[in-house]
Design a protein around this ligand. Structure first.
Ligand SMILES: [Zn+2]
Length: 233
């Protein structure tokens, strides 16, 4: 009987091939979202094991972040870049959760997560959320949570303004632009907590800085940062 199921699976995958979003190759039966080769060759930063790493340095002199890390380097033509592109623009929601799970497994049982109480994804503005159908940072957070057991909250922090594209602005202009675009809705609920802010790609750190600054207006709160990728483009 089992072999009939296998045959059926093979027929389905022949008609509707499942493709890896990192390399575009067809996934094997035992591969879920990302193929084994992509899983192996994703260039890990291991920043969660390196104090004063480049992502932590991004926040020096800007806002007091306890620890910061990124899973992978984000480079031109990289597999992780293609995966994140599919996640953000092609509806590949499961890729976000899966990459979050993989990153969570790397973070699990390391000092990086010591004392972290809550994961808060960088929120999307409601209008963008409606257009995309999901918040990619929320999916990554969900995956990290599944691997680590740390809960996720999507109600505490909200985005209240839409920001335009930031690519050609100076760091000061970006700061002005992103300052005050987030609001905490349950300040009481985060008093005394250590929050891990999660984003997809970290470039200048301005968006996370804006989130962190809003959270840090609360008493006795600490903030750390984890991104799926660190852009070196
Ligand atoms: Zn692949």
């Amino acid at each position: 009987m089992n072999y009939l199921y296998d045959l059926w699976d093979d027929l389905i995958s022949l008609l509707f091939p499942r493709l890896c979003h990192g390399c575009g190759n067809q996934l094997l039966r035992n591969e879920k979202v990302i193929c084994t080769e992509c899983f192996v060759v994703i260039p890990r930063t291991n920043f969660h094991l390196i104090p004063d790493n480049p992502v932590e340095k991004l926040f020096w002199g800007r806002c007091p972040v306890e620890r910061a890390a990124a899973f992978s380097y984000y480079t031109r033509d990289s597999r992780i870049r293609r995966m994140i592109h599919h996640l953000k623009y092609n509806g590949a929601a499961e890729t976000g959760t899966e990459l979050g799970r993989i990153y969570g497994n790397s973070l699990k049982n390391t000092v990086f997560l010591d004392g972290i109480d809550l994961i808060v994804p960088v929120p999307l503005h409601p209008s963008k959320l409606r257009r995309r159908g999901y918040n990619q940072s929320e999916l990554i957070s969900k995956g990290i949570s599944e691997s680590t057991g740390i809960p996720v909250s999507t109600d505490i922090l909200k985005r209240i303004t839409v920001t335009s594209t930031q690519t050609r602005k100076s760091r000061y202009d970006r700061w002005i632009n992103v300052n005050d675009i987030f609001r905490i809705y349950d300040r009481e609920g985060i008093v005394g907590k250590h929050i891990l802010i999660v984003d997809d790609v970290i470039t200048t750190g301005s968006t996370i800085e804006a989130c962190a600054s809003e959270i840090l207006k609360t008493d006795h709160v600490k903030v750390s940062v984890a991104a799926l990728a660190y852009s070196v483009i």
